[in-house]
Design a protein around this ligand. Structure first.
Ligand SMILES: *Cc1c(COP(=O)(O)O)cnc(C)c1O
Length: 389
C-alpha cells in the first residue's frame, strides 16, 4: 500500500493531484516531487517488516508511488550488494571503504530503478507510448520495462553512443533514432515526439517518478548500514536523480523515525570535460550555467545542463559535501583498479568515484577512519571502446 498523497513543485511549492499525469511544474518549469503521508506511515509501517520482504526495491512500496501491486513491473531491480572494499581500501589506508554495486540491476545499471518506477506508474495512469533522450543506460532500462508492460518505447540517442547500448534498445523492441550531437540535442528531438504524437516524456526529472525509483538507493543504504548512514557518499553525477533522490530519502527516513539526523556528506563527481555542478558549487551559485563543449567518455556524466541543478547544489550544501571533477584518464585508470582489485568491473562513471576519492584523500577532505561509500552505477561491459588496448 502506497502512502502517496500529492505532487509538489520543487521550486515554487505549488501542489498537484498525484493521480493525474504530470511532467514539469506548468508554472515554473521545474521538477515535481512526490509527497507521502509520512506521519501515517510512521504509525502504520515498522522497519522490522522489511526482514521478510522480497530483495528488490519494492520492499519500500509504502513510500513508492504505484498504488496497484499488479501495475508494478518487476525485473529484479534494486537491493544491490553493499561490498566492503577490503583490498583497495586497505591499500589506500581506508578500513571502512564500501562500494554499492549497481551493475547488478536489470539492464546493468541503476537506471533500472528510476525507469522501473516511471514506467510502472505511467502504465498505471494510462500511458501507451513513452519517449526518452538518453546517452545509453536510461534508454536500455526504459526499453526493458516498456517491453514488459507492453508500452511502445521511442529512444533518441547520440550517434556516437557505444554500440552495446543501441543493440540493447533494439533487442528490447524500442524504436531507436540516432541524433548527431549531444544529449541536449536528443532532448529537442524527443520533445518533438511529445508535441506531435503525444508520447509521454521520460527524461530525467521531467516526470516525477524516476526520482522515486532512484531514491530507493537511500533507503537501501540506511537498511544495509543498519540505520547508521555512512559519513561520505561519492556519486557520479549526470542529471542528478540519484543524488537528489537519496537526499529526499534521508529526509523521509528521518520523518519515519528510522534514522537520526546525521547525514552523509554528499559528493558530486563529474568529468573535467563536463563539470557544471562542481563549477557552480565552488562558485557559490544557486543554479548551474550550461557547460559549453561537453566531452567525456563517461556518457552518463555528459550532461551539460540539468533541470534539477539547484536541487543537487542544495543537497551538496546542506550535507556539507562538495563537487569534484576528474580527468577521463584518471577515471578509466580507477575503473580498471576497481575491477582488478575488488572484482567489480565498474563502468567509467563508477571509476570516477574512486578517482574523486583519491583526490579528496590527498586534499585531506576525507579522513581515513571515515565510512566512505562509492557508487558503481553500472557495468563496464557496455563500453568496449574505453578499454585500454
Ligand atoms: C545516468 C548515469 C549516471 C548519472 O546519473 P544521474 O542520477 O542522472 O546523475 C551515472 N552513471 C551511469 C552509469 C549512468 O548511466
Amino acid at each position: 500500500m502506497s502512502y502517496l498523497t500529492h505532487l509538489e513543485c520543487s521550486l515554487c511549492d505549488k501542489r498537484y493531484a498525484a493521480d493525474d499525469l504530470h511532467t514539469l511544474c506548468p508554472d515554473c518549469n521545474r521538477p515535481l516531487l512526490a509527497r507521502y503521508d509520512l506521519a501515517a506511515a510512521r504509525v502504520g509501517w515498522d522497519r522490522d517488516s522489511l526482514a521478510t520482504r522480497e530483495p528488490t526495491l519494492w520492499r519500500y512500496r509504502e513510500v513508492l508511488p504505484v498504488r496497484d501491486e499488479g501495475r508494478a513491473i518487476k525485473l529484479g531491480e534494486g537491493y544491490t550488494p553493499l561490498l566492503h572494499a577490503r583490498r583497495f581500501g586497505g591499500a589506500m589506508g581506508l578500513p571502512h571503504l564500501y562500494i554499492k554495486d549497481e551493475s547488478l540491476n536489470p539492464t546493468g545499471s541503476f537506471k533500472a530503478r528510476g525507469l522501473c518506477m516511471a514506467i510502472s506508474r505511467a502504465w498505471e495512469l494510462g500511458v501507451e507510448e513513452v519517449v526518452i533522450p538518453s546517452a545509453g543506460n536510461a534508454a536500455g532500462a526504459m526499453a526493458a520495462y516498456a517491453a514488459r508492460a507492453g508500452l511502445r518505447a521511442h529512444v533518441f540517442m547520440p550517434a556516437d553512443v557505444p554500440q552495446p547500448f543501441r543493440m540493447e534498445c533494439q533487442a528490447l523492441g524500442a524504436d531507436v533514432t540516432l541524433v548527431e550531437g549531444l544529449i541536449t540535442d536528443c532532448g529537442r528531438e524527443a520533445q518533438k515526439g511529445v508535441e506531435r504524437h503525444g508520447w509521454f516524456p521520460m527524461s530525467t526529472l521531467k516526470e516525477p517518478y524516476r526520482l522515486e525509483g532512484k531514491k530507493t538507493m537511500g533507503y537501501e543504504l540506511a537498511e544495509q548500514f543498519h540505520w547508521q548512514l555512512p559519513d561520505v557518499v561519492i556519486y557520479p553525477t549526470g542529471g542528478g536523480t540519484g543524488l537528489i533522490g537519496m537526499w529526499k530519502a534521508f529526509a523521509e527516513l528521518s520523518e519515519l523515525g528510522w534514522i537520526d539526523d546525521r547525514r552523509p556528506r554528499m559528493v558530486a563527481v563529474q568529468a573535467e570535460g563536463c563539470a557544471p555542478i562542481p563549477r557552480a558549487f565552488h562558485a557559490g551559485d544557486e543554479f548551474a550555467a550550461p557547460w559549453q563543449g561537453a566531452h567525456t567518455i563517461a556518457a552518463g556524466l555528459r550532461v551539460p545542463s540539468a533541470v534539477g541543478d539547484f536541487l543537487m547544489l542544495r543537497a551538496l550544501r546542506e550535507s556539507h559535501g562538495t563537487g569534484v571533477a576528474v580527468s577521463d584518464a584518471a577515471l578509466v585508470a580507477a575503473q580498471m583498479r576497481m575491477a582488478s582489485l575488488e572484482g567489480v568491473f565498474a563502468c567509467p562513471e563508477g571509476g570516477a568515484t574512486l578517482a574523486a576519492l583519491e583526490k579528496l584523500l590527498a586534499e585531506g577532505w576525507v579522513s581515513p577512519q571515515e565510512r566512505i561509500l562509492l557508487f558503481n552505477t553500472g557495468t563496464g561491459l557496455k563500453y568496449p571502446g574505453v578499454f585500454p588496448a
